[in-house]
Design a protein around this ligand. Structure first.
Ligand code: SME
Length: 152
């Protein structure tokens, strides 16, 4: 059933990207992920501007103070630097972690690549420990691929 949910979510996201104008699709995607997956407690898309990650559309119950993160700093900055997905089952055990919300227990950061460069990333915090599985990794890496030509 959960597998089906990922597949259906992928189709819905493809439609959002296809149908929406460039200005609104990122917010719609963030909103959709937030509403669809119970364990996704805060979702944000950071965009790479020079050597800094700048927070774009986000959805969650609270705003983060980390709206600008240097590439190389924190979990987000590490993923932007390496170009690899960061899956953190327990944020309190990772010394790189920049705390945003006391409720966060686990986190995943998936880079968005375009023409060989990292142009942004999807950052998801969960209030549930060990919330993210390899299915989330595969799904969110697909979403990042879908977004790669739609980030400016
Ligand atoms: N925890 C992130 C910072 C961003 S907030 O989670 C929204 C990090 O360690 O880079």
């Amino acid at each position: 059933m959960r597998c089906m949910k990922y597949a259906q979510a992928e189709q819905k996201l493809a439609r959002i990207i296809e149908e929406s104008g460039t200005s609104s699709h990122l917010q719609q995607i963030v909103d959709f992920l937030y509403e669809t997956f119970d364990t996704y407690s805060w979702i944000g898309i950071y965009l790479v501007k020079g050597k800094t990650l700048v927070l774009g559309p986000w959805k969650g119950t609270q705003a983060t103070e980390h709206t600008r993160i240097p590439v190389g700093t924190g979990i987000c900055g590490s993923a932007a630097k390496s170009g690899k997905t960061e899956l953190i089952p327990d944020v309190n055990k990772d010394t790189r972690y920049l705390s945003c919300f006391v409720s966060t227990k686990s986190e995943i950061v998936v880079p968005i690549r375009a023409q060989g460069k990292i142009v942004g990333e999807i950052d998801i915090d969960s209030d549930v420990p060990h919330a993210f599985t390899t299915k989330d990794v595969m799904f969110l890496e697909k979403v990042a691929d879908m977004l790669s030509e739609h980030i400016c």
